[in-house]
Design a protein around this ligand. Structure first.
Ligand code: MEV
Length: 453
């Protein structure tokens, strides 16, 4: 925070209005002080401003050519430092965010807020937020417990390196918010699912009774992109929801507060899935390997050994909502059968957590096979899923099961090591299916993938 403050102070000294800041304009330049921007190495495309600056440094009486060029990179560095500092504070034990609410805002350069960060402006809630924000959220695999988690049973998931990215930009007042996704545009207020989900996400920032962010009603344009197939069981929809939610939060408040982002992402998910357990959004937000239940949320698990997996794609997308509804209908028709299935999955999940923590991957593989049998009993498996599982086991996988909602989508196969992947991928290829080896998060994803400027 100290460095961010100093950078901002440099900027104010160079560019701000003396009447506002009380500082002499260009005082640091004139005194020949080396500031963050002026001391950085000249790049090929910036020789002119650097030469101009070099002429001025140490010449108190000279003109002020730096003013003609604009030097926004100090503002960007300052913003990044500020968000780094803020993230560090947010994860510290002391309740900094509550004590210094105004300090959560990253410095802004554009949108009329240029150098309006005079003393005291840090806590000004009416300060214009940043005009562009970028955020990323990850996909996931569910190792055990999908579907049961909707009915209150814990499940175990792990974040993967594929995910979604969103970039939010403030629009002029009077324009409608718009989402660009997969080559199409959806206007907030539209009737299609994606438009409704976007509208719900934009509206869901503040909790009832909570003060809305200064810019909560302002229009935004969001451009989002997912690395994963929709309906592939890898949490593409939640990763999109979380990345859009974080980008919107960052744009409107200067910080991607996890609770507010999660609230927005859930509003998005509910449009597509009706009654999501929240595990997909939790994985997209936190990453890492964790146990999740509706009642207790995320409980991180530290794997004793790297979890090597292959993901196989059945080639058929499936609707999570339709699959979750099908289990609910089965529960209504055959409550005892489904209740026994839930009890069985609960026991498997408990044991799987112990296996992951102790590094007993062979036992974990067997538990995954048993989970797959129960899922087949709940009618969410398909011929493609069973073929992929059988081929993986035949090629040496320690265990295999569907991941996500089933009805198509993807299969995961647990491996003894990365060298066990090629035989599984070859077996799938021979059976006509594609697969890949994801990188599994070992711990929660480091912050730092978000940017506002
Ligand atoms: C989907 O990835 C996982 C399900 O359990 C649905 C949910 O938990 O919301 C099928």
């Amino acid at each position: 925070m100290g460095v961010a403050f100093q950078l901002r102070d440099d900027l104010l000294g160079a560019f701000a209005d003396r009447a506002q800041t009380g500082k002499p304009e260009g005082g640091d330049f004139a005194a020949g002080k080396r500031m963050r921007r002026s001391s950085s190495r000249p790049r090929a495309d910036s020789t002119r401003p650097v030469a101009a600056l070099a002429r001025v440094l140490g010449k108190p009486a000279g003109p002020a050519p730096w003013r003609r060029r604009g030097w926004p990179s100090s503002a960007a560095v300052s913003a990044l430092r500020w968000s780094d500092a803020w993230r560090a504070c947010a994860s510290a034990p002391s309740p900094w965010p509550q004590r210094f609410p105004g300090a959560a805002r990253a410095p802004s350069w554009r949108r009329g807020a240029r150098c309006a960060w005079g003393r005291g402006a840090m806590s000004d809630p009416a300060r214009a937020p940043d005009s562009v924000a970028t955020a990323r959220a990850g996909g996931k695999v569910i190792l055990l417990g999908e579907h049961a988690v909707v009915h209150g049973v814990p499940a175990i998931a792990a974040g993967i390196d594929l995910g979604a990215t969103a970039r939010a930009r403030a629009l002029a007042s009077g324009e409608a918010s718009v989402l660009q996704l997969g080559g199409r545009s959806w206007r907030a207020g539209g009737a299609e699912d994606t438009a409704r989900a976007f509208t719900a996400l934009l509206a869901a920032g503040a909790m009832a009774g909570e003060r809305a962010a200064p810019d909560d009603e302002a229009a935004v344009e969001v451009v989002a992109h997912s690395d994963m197939p929709a309906g592939g069981g890898l949490g593409s929809s939640a990763a999109l929801g979380v990345s859009i939610a974080k980008a919107v939060e960052l744009l409107r408040t200067g910080v991607a507060d996890p609770d507010r982002a999660l609230r927005r992402a859930r509003a998005w998910e509910e449009v597509f899935h009706g009654t999501p357990s929240g595990i997909d959004s939790a994985a997209a937000l936190h990453g890492g390997c964790f146990r999740f239940s509706r009642e207790h949320g995320v409980h991180p698990i530290t794997p004793a050994r790297t979890l090597w997996l292959c993901v196989g794609w059945t080639g058929a997308g499936a609707s999570t909502k339709a699959m979750v509804d099908s289990v609910a209908h089965l529960a209504a028709r055959k409550p005892e059968l489904v209740s026994r299935a839930m009890d069985g999955i609960r026991a498997l999940v408990q044991n799987a957590e112990l296996c992951i923590e102790s590094g007993d991957l062979s036992a974990l593989g067997k538990l995954m096979d048993m989970n797959q049998m129960i899922l087949a009993g709940l009618m969410v498996s398909t011929e493609g899923i069973e073929t992929l599982c059988a081929a993986a086991r035949g090629a040496g996988a320690l265990g295999a099961k569907l991941t996500g909602a089933g009805g198509g989508g993807s299969v995961i196969a647990l491996l003894s090591g990365d060298d066990a992947a090629p035989p599984v991928l070859d077996a799938w290829k021979a059976a006509g299916f594609a697969g890949f080896v994801p990188s599994i998060d070992r711990g929660p994803r480091p912050a730092g993938q978000e940017r506002a400027r």
